[in-house]
Ligand binder design. Structure first.
Ligand SMILES: Nc1ncnc2c1ncn2[C@@H]1O[C@H](COP(=O)(O)OP(=O)(O)O)[C@@H](O)[C@H]1O
Ligand SMILES: [Mg+2]
Length: 264
């Protein structure tokens, strides 16, 4: 499904503050796999997702999606097959457009005509049906501007938009980190529901170690641009947050710098 081979990415090459963000990352994802990614600040988690989606050109390595080499494809081309949700609720939606218009733009991604500003009647029915999934009452507010929604509602909507045309791959970069805990949990549960229903191949970065074990089918821990732990199956089901921290400190020789990861 997704195959990353010997991926290397440095920033500021040749300068004094050259930073090797990804040292040598190898990762293969099977159909329908839901991988959670954890690691301290600066471990390379976001860079990995940015390399996969084509935000950054990579220095070395190869990225294959569904047996197609996408290593040199531009971001816009990859975005047809890759859905993304970021941490910032303001980023994924157009605040000055209605809920319905936002969904229409996302829905048009699957059609060859490009952006279509109009909303067809039967599309509205589909949008309402999808919005009902969220259980936030947004299906009754489709003519309202997105700027009126709370952060959690916007993230839930962004998630719908990222998946309304089934992507080959869904990338989530701490998409609940800016939300208060109750809403964050709701959006996480919603994520689980959509991923399961659509059988989406998903990479989800989370700062929450508990959530990293609770959600998904596999957990990867990154440190200094490398994958230092890859948990699945029985080993993962037996894992606890305490043991995860212990393993991290043993393998990295470092203390977890990220207080956020230990909270909630
Ligand atoms: N655009 C950039 N320019 C320069 N350095 C960057 C850039 N993006 C990330 N980095 C550096 O690469 C390293 C990995 O960053 P990042 O992938 O954002 O970490 P994480 O998401 O795990 O916290 C960090 O040292 C960071 O400062
Ligand atoms: Mg990050």
């Amino acid at each position: 499904m997704l195959k990353i081979e010997a991926l290397r990415k440095a920033f500021g090459q040749g300068s004094n503050n050259e930073k090797l963000a990804l040292a040598e990352v190898n990762l293969s994802l099977q159909e329908g796999e839901f991988v959670t990614i954890i690691g301290g600040n600066g471990a390379g988690k976001s860079t990995l997702l940015n390399c996969i989606s084509g935000v950054y050109e990579i220095d070395e390595g190869r990225i294959t999606l569904d047996s197609v080499d996408i290593t040199f494809d531009p971001e816009y081309k990859r975005s047809r097959h890759i859905g993304r949700v970021f941490q910032d609720p303001l980023r994924g939606t157009a605040y000055d457009m209605t809920i319905e218009e936002n969904l229409a733009i996302a829905f048009a991604k699957g059609k060859s005509v490009g952006l279509r500003p109009g909303v067809a009647k039967n599309d509205t029915a589909l949008f309402k049906e999808r919005l009902e999934l969220l259980d936030l009452g947004l299906e009754n507010r489709i003519k309202q501007k997105v700027g009126l929604l709370s952060g959690g509602q916007r993230q839930a909507l962004t998630l719908l938009m990222a998946t309304i045309v089934k992507p080959k791959l869904l990338l989530l970069d701490e998409h609940t980190a800016a939300l208060d805990p109750t809403i964050a949990r709701k959006v996480l549960n919603l994520t689980r529901k959509i991923v399961a229903e659509e059988k989406l191949c998903t990479l989800m970065i989370t700062h929450n170690m508990k959530a990293s074990l609770e959600f998904g089918t596999r957990t990867i821990m990154m440190h200094e641009g490398k994958i230092m732990m890859d948990l699945q199956g029985q080993e993962r089901s037996n894992m606890t947050v305490d043991r995860l921290i212990e393993q991290f400190e043993k393998r990295s020789g470092a203390e977890l710098d990220n207080d956020r990861m230990l909270l909630s």
